[in-house]
Design a protein around this ligand. Structure first.
Ligand SMILES: [Zn+2]
Ligand SMILES: [Zn+2]
Length: 201
């Protein structure tokens, strides 16, 4: 129906859309299901344009309500975690250099979180007070680190790269402290007591 008054025409179309929304949705859904190949082809052909609109749409939504946006994103991630992992794997295989750098950054960040938690801010060796980050390690207070790691199914030789991840995901369990390499090795070679401590006695 063509209306002489454009405002009225707009109103009419809006009303029609409202009334037929469910029907339209069903029809669209049916079309998508029966024309999967065609849609795929269309998306492939117009990838750049579609991605551009997607980006703009997301930016708009993020600006409108950042909290809701973040929540939805997190929900989506939780739901699609397997898919994300698969895609990441493919991407990382194709870009090993980017992966290596991201790993390093990630590890440094996690290491710092763990060192600050167990060793104070800024972190220090619990024995001698060494504060150079590169000298610091996470120490199992009871000296049963290797055994504990084996029980958890980790290779104890790899523990330095896993320990930060492990401690964070397990909500900072007790029984760990920050020591420098010197005190750590000294303790290991001296039946669990750092030679520094022995001198004091
Ligand atoms: Zn020390
Ligand atoms: Zn010491």
């Amino acid at each position: 129906m063509v209306h002489k008054d454009p405002e009225k025409g707009k109103e009419y179309r809006r009303k029609w859309q409202r009334e037929h929304r469910e029907n339209m949705r069903m029809a669209n859904k049916k079309y998508r299901q029966t024309h999967k190949d065609k849609i795929k082809e269309y998306i492939e052909k117009n990838k750049k344009r579609i991605n551009k609109y997607k980006r703009l749409w997301r930016a708009k939504k993020r600006k409108e309500n950042p909290e809701l946006f973040r929540k939805k994103l997190n929900d989506w991630r939780a739901k699609n975690i397997e898919r994300i992992r698969r895609q990441n794997l493919i991407y990382h295989k194709a870009h090993p250099e980017i992966r290596r750098r991201a790993n390093l950054k990630h590890r440094h960040k996690y290491r710092m979180i763990v060192l600050v938690h167990y060793g104070g801010n800024p972190p220090k060796c619990a024995c001698c007070g060494e504060s150079e980050i590169k000298f610091l390690t996470i120490d199992h207070i009871n000296n049963d680190g290797a055994k504990q790691w084996r029980e958890k199914g980790f290779n104890p030789r790899l523990r330095s790269s896993y320990i930060a991840d492990y401690l964070i995901t397990n909500n900072f369990p007790e029984g760990f402290q920050v020591l420098c390499y010197n005190c750590n090795c000294g303790k290991a070679k001296n039946n669990g007591v750092c030679p520094h401590k022995q001198q004091k006695i």
